[in-house]
Design a binder for this molecule. Structure first.
Ligand code: TMP
Length: 236
């Protein structure tokens, strides 16, 4: 078991619609908890009472009226509440925070695709998150068509939200924008192919997490899982 006095680790998950983020976050949290790591699973927009109200507003499509910059400001308001009330306190208590979407979503959706001014986005990051960047960002990569089909299946009879309702070209550009994020920031971001089934993708993510956070090697169960052997095989 690791020392709980130190700051927790912050891992964000990113990707297009239907890339499997919420399932993979849940599986990773279970694995970490099984090794004595206390986790907090959260999401954006949302994750705190104030931010959940903003979530309702943005996903209803108000951004179409406000434009990309106005929409980015709403996401920033939600993030500010979430960071100060949930993420920062949890990290301070030594918990590991697993967050479904974070600042890259604003950079990609409102910035690269919505053409909100990048300077505005960076300025909002300084105010909302300050130094609190994720230690690791896992970008789940699937072809747009695969992700959209998964999202439609999950939704069933419900209407698509503001972003799911965008056309196929939007989702293809979204995927490319995320791939570019991984290229631009290789120290923080790892692109994980999420086309395979849930268990295979979960194992890939576990290998990434194990090689990034070497303190996990101290835990007994990792050895039992054969992860260390796997990491050696992968040259990590
Ligand atoms: P999700 O919870 O289903 O991923 O829905 C959240 C949607 O909000 C998703 O389509 C991406 C979008 N979004 C942004 O456009 N900007 C942001 O900053 C965040 C956090 C999410």
């Amino acid at each position: 078991m690791m020392s709980m006095s130190e700051r927790g680790r912050f891992i964000s998950f990113e990707g297009g619609e239907g890339s499997g983020k919420s399932t993979q976050i849940r599986l990773l949290a279970e694995k970490l908890e099984g090794r004595g790591v206390r986790t907090v699973v959260t999401r954006e927009p949302g994750g705190s009472p104030g931010a959940e109200i903003v979530r309702h507003l943005v996903l209803s499509g108000v951004g179409k009226v406000l434009g990309a910059s106005g929409e980015a400001l709403l996401f920033a308001a939600a993030r500010d509440d979430h960071v100060h009330n949930v993420i920062a306190p949890a990290l301070g208590q030594g918990r590991w925070v697993l967050c479904d979407r974070f600042t890259d979503s604003t950079r990609v959706y409102q910035g690269k695709l919505g053409s909100a001014d990048l300077k505005l986005i960076r300025a909002m990051e300084r105010v909302t998150i300050g130094e609190l960047a994720p230690d690791l960002t896992i970008i789940l990569d699937v072809p747009a068509e695969v992700g959209l089909a998964r999202a439609a299946k999950r939704r069933g009879q419900e209407a698509p939200d503001r972003f799911e309702a965008e056309d196929a070209d939007f989702h293809r550009r979204l995927r490319e924008a995320y791939r570019q994020v991984a290229i631009d920031e290789p120290e923080r971001c790892v692109l994980v192919d999420a086309t395979a089934d849930v268990a295979v993708t979960a194992q890939r993510i576990w290998s990434v997490v194990g090689s990034r956070f070497t303190e996990l090697h101290e835990t007994q169960s990792l050895e039992e899982d054969g992860l260390e052997q796997k990491l050696e095989t992968n040259g990590a």
